[in-house]
Design a protein around this ligand. Structure first.
Ligand SMILES: NC(=O)c1ccc[n+]([C@@H]2O[C@H](COP(=O)([O-])OP(=O)(O)OC[C@H]3O[C@@H](n4cnc5c(N)ncnc54)[C@H](O)[C@@H]3O)[C@@H](O)[C@H]2O)c1
Length: 301
């Protein structure tokens, strides 16, 4: 793809990784953030990614930083918003993006779960607004969900998908603007059952994680759930569903077990206890294990 001019709004965890991926693919990237601290840390954070992936520093020359939104987006072909997950803030940002970005620029939001129709509520031309849901860390995980509000913004989505494919990402279209898109709906459907099993005393949280990591999770990177159903046969899948479906958890709200943990201040690794207990060394070992796994997979590509 021809070299594009990209603006990334927000220099945080997601923004700097998105900027790196697109700059590494040869595009000119301007990262905007109102926080001097975030902008000041940008070069070092991008440098860390280069080191992690054994990449040279050439991509860094294509990234510039700005505190000024109008300046950052004035010549952009694509804008990727990765500001905090607050509806009002994103609505105000998209209202300004429409004014300051060129009329042909495509405006993308990296929101985790807010419907794109809400984020674009104050923009006049919503055909050029799409969701571009990168996963963390965006420089190591390839999936990007391209979220459409309808067929009218498919052409914009196709252009974003082409840009991202050229940057080694793996775009998948979400044809309806629903909360959580595809990936988070699947993840949290699994978590609903996991929490219900622990709450009912069927097993402890460690057993849940073991069953996933040492069982079906071990094959999931190469075999999706519907592919797996086709592999074993839908007659078998049907038979299992006939027995199981009526027994699965259907709590249609946050499970009280999770609410109680949060109310007690048991927030996970950062407080030393969540579903499981964590020393700071154990928590660090999990972070290292995850990073090493993702880096090894990225280096193999
Ligand atoms: N963290 C994740 O795992 C993850 C995964 C997928 C999607 N997301 C989504 O990506 C978005 C960004 O998340 P993050 O984890 O990078 O957050 P973050 O807090 O690390 O970064 C947000 C950045 O936005 C900046 N910011 C604040 N107000 C701004 C404004 N008005 N204009 C521009 N920048 C502003 C902040 O200074 C900060 O640097 C959110 O919508 C989040 O839900 C996060």
């Amino acid at each position: 793809m021809a070299k594009a001019r990209i603006a990334v709004i927000g220099a945080g965890l997601m923004g700097h990784g998105i900027a790196w991926r697109l700059a590494a693919a040869g595009h000119e990237v301007t990262v905007q953030d109102p926080s001097a601290e975030a902008l000041g840390a940008l070069a070092a954070r991008l440098g860390e990614i280069c080191d992690l992936l054994g990449a040279g520093r050439a991509a860094l020359k294509r990234v510039s930083a700005s505190a000024d939104l109008a300046e950052a987006v004035s010549g952009a072909d694509f804008v990727f918003e990765a500001a905090p997950e607050k509806l009002e803030l994103k609505q105000a940002l998209f209202e300004r993006l429409e004014v300051h970005a060129p009329p042909g620029a495509i405006l993308c939001s990296n929101t985790s779960a807010i419907p794109i129709s809400g984020i674009s509520a104050r923009t006049r031309n919503r055909d050029r607004v799409v969701g571009s849901h990168f996963w963390n860390p965006p420089h190591l995980v390839d999936l990007v969900e391209i979220v459409l509000m309808g067929e009218a913004n498919r052409p914009a989505g196709e252009k974003v998908a082409a840009l991202l494919r050229g940057a080694g990402a793996y775009p998948v279209f979400v044809n309806r603007d629903i909360p959580g898109f595809i990936g988070n709906r699947l993840q949290h459907a699994l978590k609903r059952e996991a929490i219900a099993l622990v709450a009912a005393g069927v097993c402890d949280a460690e057993s849940i994680d073991d069953v996933v990591k040492h069982g079906f999770g071990a094959r999931m990177a190469v075999l999706g759930p519907l592919e797996q159903s086709d592999l074993v046969g839908l007659d078998l899948t049907r038979a299992i569903h006939d027995t199981l479906m009526g027994d699965l958890d259907v709590t249609a709200r946050t499970h009280p077990y999770l609410e109680d943990l949060v109310a007690r201040g048991d927030l996970g690794m950062k407080t030393g206890k969540g579903f499981r207990r964590w020393t700071s060394q154990q928590a660090e070992a999990v972070r290292t294990r995850l990073r090493d796994f993702l880096v090894a997979a990225a280096r193999k590509k």
